[in-house]
Design a protein around this ligand. Sequence first.
Ligand code: PHE
Length: 334
Amino acid sequence: NQLIAEAEAFKAQSKEEVEAFRIKYLGKKGLLNDFFAEFKNVANDQKKEFGQTINKLKKTAEEKVNALKEELESKEEVKGVYGDLSRPGEPVQIGARHPISIVKNQIIDIFSRIGFNVSEGPEIEDDWHNFTALNLPEYHPARDMQDTFFIQTNPDILLRTHTSSVQVRYMENNKPPIRTISPGRVYRNEAISARSHCFFHQVEGLYIDKDVSFADLKQTLQHFTTEMFGKSKIRLRPSYFPFTEPSAEIDVYWGLETETDYKITKGTGWLEIGGCGMVDPNVLENCKIDTAEYSGFAFGVGIDRIAMLLHQIGDIRLLSENDVRFLEQFKSSL
Ligand code: PHE
């Protein structure tokens, strides 16, 4: 009886083990043959019980052998299809976010915390949204400020030269108060070099409400650069854009100590990161916003430039060449 229990509890990992088990119980010199040989020596009154027990043991051992064989075979089938499932896995290659995306997401985070939403628009634009609505009528000399890639002329269809076009679309479809930022890719017909490319990325911001002042603009930008660069100063240098009046260039000085840091900022410590100004009333009127009630400010900053500054990237072309040796370095970033 104890042998029956042992046979029932037996487990095997391999065919060899099953075979050893079979030989031990059912083989020519196995236990069962010994018992059957013993049978004639058993006293007559015990023959019945002894016989039943060894028959049961035989059955148990045979069933066990068959069950184990089946089990091992089905495991082997699985191995054939999927390989060995118990092997350690191949390491998964994890990618990195692109530095442009990292910086873009940081900018979106900063502005969404102070109530700005995100708006997007098409990269292929019409003349109205890229130029005319923004106070750049046909033959306006300021159109030359932005070397445009035209897809079609008359009517003009072009690759947007700035994401100010998205702000026009937003004002056409939404009523003030407006607080929105428009990140995206823009195109200009410029020679490609370490410092400029024929496409790059901008985030433009638009704020329209009652009683908006230039001080609101400056504080918003100061808040942005402090969040983005840490301790930083900004300088608004008078400038000209057709869609803002007054207009300014945004320079940031982020008080770096080492010589290499100064090299990026061309030795002065001040670096231009974008443009800004109070939205020209003509633009508001073009978008059917009542200028007696509302005013606002707008700004645009270059994502590529900020990414280059923050991550010490010396050549803008690296941002679009997709060299994995470059991209892999951003694995530890957000
Ligand atoms: N659209 C301008 C550019 O691309 C930047 C800008 C945006 C300036 C908003 C003023 C206000 O150069």
